[in-house]
Design a protein around this ligand. Structure first.
Ligand SMILES: O=C(O)C1=C[C@@H](OP(=O)(O)O)[C@@H](O)[C@H](O)C1
Ligand SMILES: C=C(OP(=O)(O)O)C(=O)O
Length: 437
């Protein structure tokens, strides 16, 4: 929890040049701790994201008796306790700002023999949790929420879970993963059908721990009764963190950067597809596979962007990158239209409204719609914006300064440390003139 207002001031102009590696993938880091804790044996993780969200997941498992060494330079040694080895925590598990921690843990804990309570910060306790509690109840879980269906979540231990066949109403990797983790403890088979492909790190990592997962089109199924065997996990750099610099380089003349070892799992590369369609110059160098996840070095050079109608199938594949993509749209020639993205309204902030407010304050015609935004490319002026405590919004407006006519002062930036603690330092390395106060 952050009490003081952290302010970023990004100076106008400049360009991005250099060759860097952004920190580890947040989704994969969370899952490495969860599955490593439930495995038999010692799981070694490298490239772990040492940011508040993943540290909250780690603290939760430590509170349930798992010995975890590290993190030290992104390395962890997780002494797995097996699927039935977790111990009751002494207090509620506080998951801070992290929706992924809360929703995945809810499924995993629904199958334990002991009670738990999950809570979080002011943002997390406002986010919708019925999307996980309803299907979990259908499996036999006993979970209390507030009347609004939000956290704190009180999960009763000892429930006998039964597998279900669930068609998700929203395309959510968190819901899918929650149910697969509950499925490890449910009688019979648990199947989840997604309305559109979402990130599949849970499925890949379960397979990496030797746990069978069956996929047939958009349907994925798991059976209880197996075990997870400890493994090694090399976490690639997070494409969602890389996205800020991809957009920064794309919009600022003279830019040419290389981002190393970035995860390019096809369920995460919507940002590349969208930027390319806008005309961006993006090259994939040395594509390779590391521990079950595709990785590449990505080179991005400046090239003028054009507005587009964003294809709806890319929305779940770029779900966290829209704050940065709205900045790209503001710098593009013509109109960009996003539809089918109402999920953005229930992230750490209402990312449609907060981005539209900020862009408007900077002189851009950005009209929010119920499920997206219409942005007219134009000239950004300097000004003051509020990130509303949303890390991705704070970083997106920092990058916007590369094309602004005056400094951009961004308030409420402390939560950048939930996903990208060294953002300011790396942005400076690449050439952004940014200060923190
Ligand atoms: O499974 C995950 O690790 C995540 C899934 C996405 O959320 P939804 O499942 O709510 O779309 C994404 O926004 C979040 O940052 C991480
Ligand atoms: C939505 C995000 O994360 P979470 O849901 O884990 O809070 C994000 O990192 O943009």
């Amino acid at each position: 929890m952050h009490d003081t207002d952290v302010v970023f001031t990004a100076k106008p102009g400049g360009r991005m040049q250099g060759d860097i590696r952004v920190p580890g993938d947040k989704s994969i880091s969370h899952r490495s701790v969860m599955l490593g804790s439930l495995a038999e044996g010692v799981t070694e993780v490298s490239g772990f994201l040492e940011a508040e969200d993943c540290l909250a997941t780690m603290a939760a498992f430590r509170a349930m008796g798992v010995k975890i060494e590290g993190p030290e330079n992104g390395r962890l040694r997780i002494h797995g306790v097996g699927l039935h080895g977790l111990k009751p925590p002494a207090a509620a598990l506080d998951l801070g700002n992290s929706g992924t921690s809360m929703r995945l843990l809810c499924g995993l804990l629904a199958g334990q023999s002991f009670d738990t309570t999950l809570t979080g910060d002011a943002s997390l306790v406002r986010r919708p949790m019925r999307r996980v509690t309803e299907p979990l109840r259908a499996m036999g879980a006993r979970i209390d929420t507030t009347e609004a269906g939000t956290a704190p979540l009180r999960i009763a231990g000892g429930a006998a879970l039964k597998g279900i066949d669930y068609a998700m109403p929203v395309a959510s990797a968190q819901v899918k993963s929650c149910l697969l983790l509950a499925g490890l403890y449910a009688e019979g088979q648990t199947c989840v059908t997604e309305p559109a492909p979402t990130r599949d790190h849970t499925e890949r990592m379960l397979a990496g721990f030797g746990y069978p997962v069956a996929r047939d089109g958009n349907r994925v199924c798991i059976r209880s009764g197996g075990k997870l065997s400890a493994t090694r996990i090399d976490v690639p750099a997070d494409i969602s963190s890389a996205a800020f610099f991809m957009v920064g380089a794309a919009i600022s003349p003279g830019s040419d950067i290389v981002l190393r070892h970035v995860g390019i799992n096809p369920t995460r590369t919507g940002v590349i597809e969208i930027l390319r369609e806008m005309g961006a110059d993006i090259e994939m160098l040395d594509p390779r596979e590391v521990g079950g996840e595709p990785v590449a070095d990505i080179r991005i050079r400046h090239r003028e962007l054009r507005g587009i109608r964003i294809p709806e199938h890319t929305v779940p594949l770029a779900i966290d990158e829209f704050p940065a993509l709205f900045v790209a749209a503001a710098c593009a020639r013509g109109e960009t239209v996003l539809t089918g993205a109402e999920e953005l309204r229930v992230k750490e902030s209402d990312r449609i409204q907060v981005m539209a407010d900020g862009l408007t304050a900077l002189g851009i015609d950005a009209r929010p719609t119920p499920d997206g935004m219409i942005v007219q490319g134009g000239s950004l002026r300097g000004g003051v914006v509020d990130s509303r405590g949303d890390h991705r919004i704070a970083m997106s407006f920092s990058i916007a300064a590369l094309r602004a006519a005056g400094p951009i002062e961004i308030h409420d930036c402390a939560n950048v440390s939930t996903s990208f603690p060294n953002f300011v330092a790396l942005a400076r390395t690449l050439g952004l003139d940014i200060e923190l106060s």
